[in-house]
Design a protein around this ligand. Structure first.
Ligand SMILES: Cc1ncc(COP(=O)(O)O)c(C=O)c1O
Length: 462
């Protein structure tokens, strides 16, 4: 284990249960203590610098050490450090943020509801949709449709929408009524020779068949990340969203766009809904909304949903849902400043322009012996590592090589994310071309070292 007795490392191992971590392995190897950050870099407590190629958890849009956000939080804390928004109270920053989000998001979306996290936001989506359908007298219309490999959070309800085995296994999930349809990833799930359009046709037909099998009167909503993130950075096949939306509209199935990773410029457009032409009834936002300097998420809803909820709240006396921190003024003030920075520095355009360079540079690795597919849009991408390029065969066991690349990258001054054997990239939106070249160089070095090691070691021993 790294670190001396009584060091932060040792005390971490002694006292902390880490999220999304193999706890016993953690006891053996201990943590890397991240101490400070600046721009696209973070530094550990030994002074080592890492290029943060995942922007923390896909979220630090404006980079680390942005003083304007620190000052915005300090100003708000000095004036009003906290107040709630229950029972007819409000505060200025949360109102200004709601107004701004309504103006920025697609036209159909007219109101904002605030939570602390993306998971709570998706739990709120489920409750709002149920409440709305009860208000409409559609008491049976409660099921959600999600996709395998989807990530919508980790709480009981949002974790049920998630379609990743590691997040459900032994947690007795799913807990709410949900069907998971096929993941729209062409490389893995298309039939041999099937075009992207034909694959999209097949997935839309599958969705329709599932709705009919369940009974349209029981299916409330379809939820999807426009471009799937934590499941492996999976851009949908061409025409997918047009076809999926048409099926949903045919059966009065609400469309929920989970933009927790995609939103605020990641794909080179303000929202991925703009990129794919999605017109959702509900949009979920978080992460880059404050660059994760403060916890915050927002559920954006249509006028129809709002009216249904509002009428029902009058009928039964209240909309009995909300969090202590719903509309907390400090994260709201930080979000407003963060959105100013995104606009003033043209970070959406930067994501498009520098993102193109990142996509081109990463695709140059497509010929590497370990690489099966390189994919992505704007400043989000993934490199899928395979045992056999021709057959697309995965490594056995899956995840060992990815984990090895992840650890090795630290030695090359790079933080990436391994999702099984898929390596994800999602750097801060402030990254420039030169830094992208540096990032890809460090990654290529890591890949080459790993390929070399694989000549002398079997995968299981990695
Ligand atoms: C698309 C998506 N939805 C929801 C969530 C859950 O957000 P949180 O971790 O803030 O609960 C995430 C987190 O990564 C996400 O990527």
């Amino acid at each position: 284990m790294r670190g001396l007795p009584n060091s932060i490392q040792a005390r971490d191992v002694e006292y902390v249960l880490h999220p999304v971590t193999n706890a016993r392995k953690h006891e053996e190897i201990g943590p890397i203590v991240i101490d400070r950050g600046e721009g696209i870099y973070v530094y550990d407590d030994q002074g080592n610098r890492y290029l943060e190629a995942l922007a923390g958890l896909w979220s630090v849009a404006v980079g680390f050490g942005e003083k304007r956000l620190v000052e915005a939080a300090a100003r708000q804390m000095a004036k009003l450090p906290y107040y709630h928004t229950f029972s007819h109270k409000t505060n200025e920053p949360s109102v200004l943020l709601a107004e701004r989000l309504v103006r920025m998001t697609p036209d159909r979306l007219k109101r904002a509801f605030f939570t602390n996290s993306g998971s709570e936001a998706n739990d709120s989506v489920i409750k709002m949709v149920w409440y709305y359908n009860n208000a409409r007298g559609l008491h049976q219309k409660k099921k959600f449709i999600s996709r395998t490999n989807a990530y919508h959070g980790i709480t009981l309800a949002s974790g049920s929408l998630t379609g990743l085995p590691a997040n459900q296994r032994d947690f007795d999930l799913p807990f709410v009524p949900v069907r998971h349809v096929t993941c729209p990833h062409h490389y893995r799930f298309a039939e041999p020779g099937e075009s992207e359009e034909a694959f999209a046709d097949r997935l839309a037909a599958e969705l329709e068949a599932v709705i009919l099998e369940e009974g349209p009167e029981t299916v409330a909503a379809f939820i999807g990340e426009p471009l799937m993130g934590a499941g492996g950075v999976l851009p949908p096949p061409a025409t997918y969203w047009d076809k999926i939306q048409a099926v949903c509209r045919k059966y009065d199935v609400l469309i929920v766009a989970d933009e927790v990773i995609n939103g605020f410029g990641r794909l080179g457009t303000m929202f991925a809904c703009d990129y794919y032409g999605i017109d959702p009834d509900i949009m979920v936002l978080s992460k880059q909304i404050t660059s994760s300097y403060q916890p915050l998420a927002a559920v954006m809803i249509s006028q129809e949903l709002y009216d249904g909820i509002a009428d029902n709240s009058r009928k039964i006396g209240t909309f009995g849902h909300g969090f202590t921190a719903s509309g907390h003024p400090v994260p709201a003030a930080v979000a407003l400043e963060n959105l100013d920075i995104i606009e003033e520095k043209n970070l959406v355009e930067n994501a498009r322009r520098v993102g193109e360079v990142m996509q081109v540079e990463l695709r140059k690795l497509a010929g590497h012996p370990l690489v099966g597919e390189v994919r992505g849009v704007g400043l989000i991408a993934a490199v899928e590592l395979v045992a056999d390029k021709a057959t697309k065969a995965k490594f056995d066991p899956v995840g060992k090589v990815g984990a090895h690349v992840f650890s090795r990258a630290h030695g090359n001054g790079l933080i990436i994310r391994a999702i099984g054997d898929v390596i994800a990239f999602c750097p801060p939106l402030i990254i420039n071309e030169e830094q992208v070249h540096d990032m890809v160089k460090r990654f290529k070095l890591t890949l080459d070292e790993t390929a070399q090691e694989l000549l002398n070691r079997d995968v299981a021993s990695m």
